[in-house]
Ligand binder design. Structure first.
Ligand code: AMP
Length: 485
């Protein structure tokens, strides 16, 4: 087994790794660190979650220490470009951790924050700068920053930067960096445009690849629901409230929509159903996005709805399920999405909702990834639930919902957990549906079937983790509403 000591890293870096508790390098670290330490250019084909940040950061820190160049005025010695604010912040945190004992100055800049502050903080230059391309070019245009001092240039998640329309920015940056710098180029996929970009940026790069292009991780179980667009909300509510079984125990559930508006809509409707969730997307302010991510990381709100752009590059351990509420129209995006689960050696579950008009996307995903998506059955009586007073609709103001249609707690054909024999009586949930106000604080949990309708053997019933807790002091209809979820 290879250890970090075998890769030629310096003592301060090894100590920082020790403090982080990392003992063995991941495959990409093992392959990338030695050639980067030698000063070679690198092309890394890897997704987040593979340890690629340390793969480029650790050897670069050592090279910066060795070159002993001074911090250049209004410039930096190492520039890391990344597509999103979240990823920039994540890399900056890692850089600070890994470089803590090397005495290097680390700064980061992202759009959506004060440009003046960025101008001031970069005036005296920095050793390492992590930036989104747009904000970097803003500062360069204002003559507040230049790239003359760059010794090491990193492009992280290059394919995502292209998807976000940064191609011109990247070409421009390539013209501004010194010719004799080292370039480390990372991308999860290698479409033609990326190959062209690589040949412009890199000189004879060493290529390391940790996941073959567009193949989905083997540890992810992939499932599919064929469901109409107008049924999706009802289905997600039933799944999240564990009234329709899907495999796996819920720990953290990341749900993808195609649009910002769609993400907000799902959050709002889940809220009405008593299921707490947050959204991250481009229309949210940076503090809002950060708060949602923090709550998700800490497990305070275990459901996060995201658009592809916002979720790029974020690394959150413990995502047990990725739900594709809407299928992405680019198959590579599917790979990125489901790659948010099955991190750090864990297993993961990916679920796709496919409506009639998304069949072509599904076909592309299957063709491109070779993935088999096992089809799961819809709940019993599902269409009736959607059309009747299903879980999507809140009760009219001032009224407790009275449902004429029963929602079966355990759908036929759905997998049943070990020991989860029969679901118990629907209890409070259904009582409220029949018009009995369920005002007691405990009504919510009492209403769920105690046996989890789906899941792996030995799984815990976990539906309650996603329900907002409402006390008796809540809305008069609180019980009735939460029961709808
Ligand atoms: P990345 O792909 O760089 O986003 O890293 C994914 C996760 O793996 C991050 O949470 C890192 O802190 C963690 N990580 C990176 N390298 C190692 C390692 N050698 N051992 C254990 N965890 C690591």
């Amino acid at each position: 087994m290879t250890h970090f000591e075998d890769l030629g890293l310096s003592q301060p870096v090894l100590q920082a790794l020790d403090l982080k508790g990392y003992s063995t390098p991941t495959p990409i670290q093992e392959q990338a660190i030695p050639p980067v330490l030698e000063g070679r250019d690198l092309l890394g084909i890897a997704q987040t979650g593979t340890g690629k940040t340390a793969a480029f950061m650790l050897p670069s820190i050592d090279r910066l220490r060795e070159s002993e160049n001074r911090i250049p005025f209004k410039s930096c010695r190492m520039l890391v470009l990344a597509p999103t604010r979240e990823l920039v912040q994540q890399i900056a945190t890692s850089a600070k951790d890994y470089g803590a004992l090397a005495g290097l100055k680390v700064q980061s800049i992202v759009g959506g924050t004060s440009v003046n502050k960025d101008r001031n903080k970069l005036h005296r230059g920095t050793d390492i700068l992590i930036a989104t391309p747009g904000r970097l070019l803003d500062l360069i245009d204002q003559k507040a920053f230049n790239l003359n001092g760059v010794e090491v240039l990193v492009l992280d998640e290059a394919d995502q930067m292209l998807d976000l329309g940064f191609i011109h920015a990247l070409r421009q940056i390539n013209r501004l960096v010194p010719k004799d710098r080292q370039t480390l180029f990372f991308s999860a996929t290698m479409p033609k445009q990326i190959k062209e970009l690589v040949s412009g940026y890199c000189t004879n790069p060493v290529q390391v690849s940790v996941t073959p292009e567009s193949t989905t991780a083997e540890r992810i179980e992939q499932y599919l629901f064929m469901v109409q667009q107008d049924e999706k909300q009802a289905l997600i509510e039933l799944i999240l409230s564990r009234r329709h079984g899907v495999p796996g125990d819920f720990e953290r559930v990341l749900i993808f929509t195609r649009t910002k508006h769609g993400a907000d809509r799902v959050v709002k409707k889940l809220g009405r159903a008593g299921i707490a969730a947050n959204a991250i997307h481009g229309n949210k302010s940076q503090p809002q996005r950060q708060r949602a991510l923090d709550e998700f990381r800490r497990g305070k709100t275990n459901i996060l709805i995201a658009t592809d752009v916002a979720a790029r590059g974020i690394d959150i351990p413990g995502v047990s399920h990725v739900i594709n509420y809407e299928l992405p129209n680019v198959p590579e995006q599917y790979v990125h999405r489901i790659g948010r689960t099955a991190r750090a050696g864990k297993d993961g579950v990916a679920i796709a909702f496919c409506a009639e008009d998304e069949r072509a996307y599904l076909k592309d995903i299957r063709r491109k990834t070779g993935a088999e998506l096992d089809r799961l059955p819809l709940p019993d009586n599902f269409r009736a639930v959607v059309e009747g007073e299903g879980p999507t609709k809140p009760p009219p103001r001032g009224q407790t919902r009275v449902s004429k249609k029963k929602i079966k707690p355990k759908p036929a054909g759905a997998p049943r957990p070990e020991g989860g024999s029969k679901p118990k009586k629907p209890g409070a949930k259904h009582q409220a549906r029949k018009g009995k106000p369920a005002g007691k604080p405990g009504a919510n949990s009492g209403g769920r079937p105690s046996g989890k309708p789906g899941g792996k053997p030995g799984g815990k019933g976990g539906g309650g983790r996603f329900h907002k807790r409402r006390g008796s002091g809540g809305r008069p209809n609180g019980g009735g509403r939460s029961n709808a979820g």
